[in-house]
Design a protein around this ligand. Structure first.
Ligand code: PEP
Ligand code: MN
Length: 337
């Protein structure tokens, strides 16, 4: 971190800042110019609040050199992390595809979709039991009975299950029952939830918030990792922009940015990003071409009658077709599918 003092700043002001930092164990390199002085802070500055220095009227500006995150930072962990989800490795050469319905609706639906996505080549099954709906009058998910149905689908197919958690109250049950816990976009900055998940060792699928910067998203991963849980997978799912045609705007550049800044694997959700079933295939291809480590895709056996997100859900045969198409793209970018 660098602190630039204002021209003419009294020496005592500079010394005051310097002493405070030295007391905290930082080393300070000073550059004294004819007009201005610069303090270079050496040490783990992720614990410092850069805005706090601006309280001093003699501070001109404060700049970070090192990002405010450590455990998620590629600078301290140059190799790609590989997260093991009950034997399925996310982040290696092989792309992993999570597929399934938006919500678990009933026994026949989840078993049917699970079997068809397995046939299509998915390596993990998704399905929401607790749904974060904009309206309180919309289908809220089956809750705990939905988790039981997911377990039945796992038993029927062997696919590990991924499902969203909404409350810290449910953590014990999720740890016991599911293979990967999803933190939805709306909860990306639910810090109490992130901290609690940091105490577990479960793989976490951390979706990017609707209006979160890439740095904020990685800081949320840092919350989980700071608690000791390094098993975090990032997921770009589209962000809010002025564009209304699509449900969200898929930020493909976020894949590249997140992978440059962090060693964590990055998945892409083309379903929530576009909101349109016919756009899922081209967006999925673009994500793989841009370097995503895999995808999470909504698939439904009867999208017209889905209780949630039917318009963005692929029918099983379209999903199988997409998986075939993706093989070629994967090969071009040096990945396996
Ligand atoms: C979901 O995956 O079902 C979901 C609600 O996604 P998001 O949190 O990205 O909106
Ligand atoms: Mn959905």
């Amino acid at each position: 971190m660098i602190i630039v003092m204002k021209p003419g700043a009294p020496v005592q002001e500079r010394e005051k800042i310097k002493k405070g930092l030295e007391k905290q164990g930082f080393q300070i390199n000073e550059i004294i110019g004819t007009q201005m002085a610069i303090l270079g802070i050496i040490g783990d500055t992720s614990v410092l609040d850069m805005h706090a220095f601006q309280v001093n009227e003699w501070v001109e500006k404060v700049m970070r050199v090192q990002e405010p995150f450590k455990r998620a930072n590629r600078a301290f962990h140059p190799d790609d992390s590989i997260i093991d989800v009950s034997g399925v490795k996310i982040g290696g050469r092989k792309l992993q595809v999570i597929a399934g319905p938006c919500s678990v609706e009933n026994h026949d639906q989840i078993i049917s979709v699970a079997k068809s996505v397995k046939l299509g080549g998915a390596s993990l099954l998704r399905g929401g039991a607790f749904k974060p709906r904009t309206s309180p009058y919309s289908f809220q998910g089956l809750g705990m009975p939905g988790l039981d149905l997911l377990k039945e689908a796992r038993a029927a197919t062997g696919l590990p299950i991924v499902t969203e958690i909404m409350s810290t109250d449910d953590i014990d049950r999720f740890v016991e029952d599911v293979d990967m816990i999803q933190v939805g976009a709306r909860n990306m900055q639910n810090f109490a939830l992130l901290k609690a998940l940091g105490k577990t060792r479960k793989p976490i699928l951390l979706k990017r918030g609707l209006a979160a910067t890439v740095e904020e998203w990685i800081m949320s991963a840092e919350y989980i990792m700071a608690g000791g849980n390094d098993n975090v997978v990032l997921c770009e799912r589209g962000i809010r922009t002025f564009e209304q045609y699509t449900r969200n705007t898929l930020d493909l550049s976020a894949i590249c940015a997140a992978k440059k800044m962090s060693h964590l694997p990055v998945l892409v959700d083309p379903s929530h990003a576009s909101g349109l079933w016919w756009m899922v295939e081209p967006m999925a291809k673009a994500a793989v071409a841009a370097g995503a480590d895999g995808l999470i895709i909504e698939v439904h056996n009867d999208p017209e009658n889905a209780l949630c997100d039917g318009a963005q859900s692929l029918k099983p045969e379209r999903f199988a077709h997409l998986m075939g198409e993706l093989k070629g793209i994967a090969q071009i970018v040096g990945r396996d599918l």
